[in-house]
Design a protein around this ligand. Structure first.
Ligand code: GFB
Length: 316
């Protein structure tokens, strides 16, 4: 079964972001040459009418919805209404237009933070909607859950083979390296890099360092998305991860080593830890024939190199 054809016209919504750009690269390398994307300055996906006009004019065969408002724990906590409102509007614009024009294949992306805060680890897909969410990212998580339910509802009501994937914490080239609003991995890469360059005696990381996170290189996610577009047709949103996690402290120590920082690592415990652990059970996607290939030390090293090569233009 191959549900994705080389001749398919594929719209990657959010093709300039961390996830969308990786999916675009992987599609182009894989021989899919009918790709379309639009900068957010040219098409605001929160605008229902503008999005509908775009889909009506271009009529893609496939839509990959990689556009989203994302951020780390600080951004999620301080700007919750942006995270729920922007993400709900982006999803309904794209999915409503996709339904109106009967786009056959749609893939949307959730996030491991949509699972209940106290889910048994590793987190199975079956844990969705079984308990309260982590408060620091509840607004974002609810928007993402709504997207998944919209895809499932479209399957039920119209029989379209739309699917959802649930990636764990992502990183890689094209990430946002803002020291405050970003996710922990790019945020610490930048702060340790600057401390090493400036000979600073100390880097202060947030929280206790004990929470555990699973990190997936975005090129692995892109390969998983293409794999799922080719073979997957089911309502269950599939987890995408490595199946292994590390503590924030271990991550910070790895980053210190990679960036050449020899000073002291301290912890600001007034900052939130967030969820204690978010490790995905990846047995379902592994059983379909996909497995992550890039381990964290290798991916961190190449992401740091990408940051060094693109320091003038990297998002921050
Ligand atoms: O990537 P992150 O911001 O978000 O990681 P989540 C937060 C963890 O890293 C917390 C610690 O335990 C923080 O206390 N940390 C240490 C830091 N130093 C830093 C730092 O300099 N910056 C940041 N950001 N954290 C996100 C959700 O949760 O996960 C999003 O907020 C999204 O909605 C994403 O779903 C995947 O992993 O906690």
């Amino acid at each position: 079964m191959d549900l994705l054809k080389p001749s398919d016209r594929i719209y990657v919504a959010g093709h300039q972001g961390l996830v969308g750009s990786a999916i675009w690269r992987a599609l182009a390398t894989g021989g899919y040459s009918n790709l379309m994307g639009e900068a957010s300055s040219a098409l605001d996906l929160r605008d229902h009418e503008a999005t509908e006009d775009y889909i009506a004019a271009h009529k893609p065969d496939v839509i990959v919805l990689a556009a989203a408002k994302v951020g780390g724990i600080a951004a999620n906590s301080s700007h919750p209404v942006d995270f729920i409102s922007d993400n709900l509007r982006i999803q309904t614009s794209v999915l409503d237009a996709a339904l109106k024009h009967r786009i056959q294949r749609v893939l949307i992306l959730g996030s491991s933070c949509i699972y209940p805060k106290l889910s048994p680890q590793p987190i199975s897909e079956d844990a969705l909607l079984t308990g309260p969410l982590e408060p620091t990212n509840q607004a974002y998580a609810l928007a993402k859950i709504a997207g998944i339910v919209q895809v499932q509802s479209t399957r039920t009501q119209y029989g379209l083979p739309w699917i959802s994937a649930m990636p764990t914490n992502l990183y890689g080239p094209g990430d946002n390296f803002d020291p405050v609003g970003s996710h922990v991995l790019p945020g610490l890469l930048r702060r340790f890099h600057e401390a090493a360059q400036n000979g600073a005696p100390e880097v202060v990381a947030w929280g206790t360092g004990s929470p555990r996170r699973e990190y997936l290189h975005v090129d692995d996610l892109a390969a998983a998305c293409i794999h799922l577009l080719k073979i997957y047709d089911d309502a269950i949103p599939l987890n995408v991860g490595t199946g292994e996690d590390i503590s924030i402290k271990e991550l910070a120590e790895m980053i210190a080593q990679i960036t050449g920082f020899n000073g002291q690592l301290s912890w600001d415990t007034t900052k939130p830890d967030g969820t204690a652990q978010k490790l995905l059970d990846v047995s379902r996607i592994n059983a379909t024939g996909w497995k992550a290939k890039i381990d964290v030390p290798t991916g961190l090293q190449s992401t740091y190199q990408w940051y060094l090569d693109n320091i003038a233009t990297a998002r921050n």
